[in-house]
Design a protein around this ligand. Structure first.
Ligand SMILES: [Zn+2]
Length: 112
């Protein structure tokens, strides 16, 4: 019997970060979705929002964890940037502006 089971592989404090992680996994063939995004839209101005989950199929959990660990390592040592769209700070851990959703600008080519 096919049982569809989804488990949270990662938690994000803002929707753009959650979506960028989900996109990262999807690009690598991991079925996933973001849960909690509707709430996040309503509270998009709050950077203290918690509880957005990235869920993957349980069969892909270990692979997804490994990929996210790789992504986290890649982010280590990145600088804070200023959002080119709204001028807010984009902290090193985030892949997109928490405020307006603008993708983090490329600071070097190491992420290719
Ligand atoms: Zn912005």
């Amino acid at each position: 019997m096919f049982k569809q089971t989804w488990v949270a592989v990662s938690y994000a404090s803002n929707l753009p970060t959650a979506q960028s992680r989900a996109a990262f996994l999807e690009e690598r063939g991991i079925p996933c979705f973001v849960e909690g995004g509707a709430l996040a839209d309503e509270l998009a101005t709050s950077r203290h929002l918690t509880g957005i989950e990235i869920k993957v199929h349980v069969d892909c959990l270990q692979e997804a964890q490994a990929l996210l660990a790789e992504l986290a390592r890649r982010n280590v040592g990145r600088a804070e940037l200023t959002c080119p769209s709204c001028g807010e700070k984009i902290e090193a851990a985030f892949d997109a502006c928490w405020k307006c959703g603008q993708d983090r600008p490329a600071e070097n080519s190491a992420s290719a």
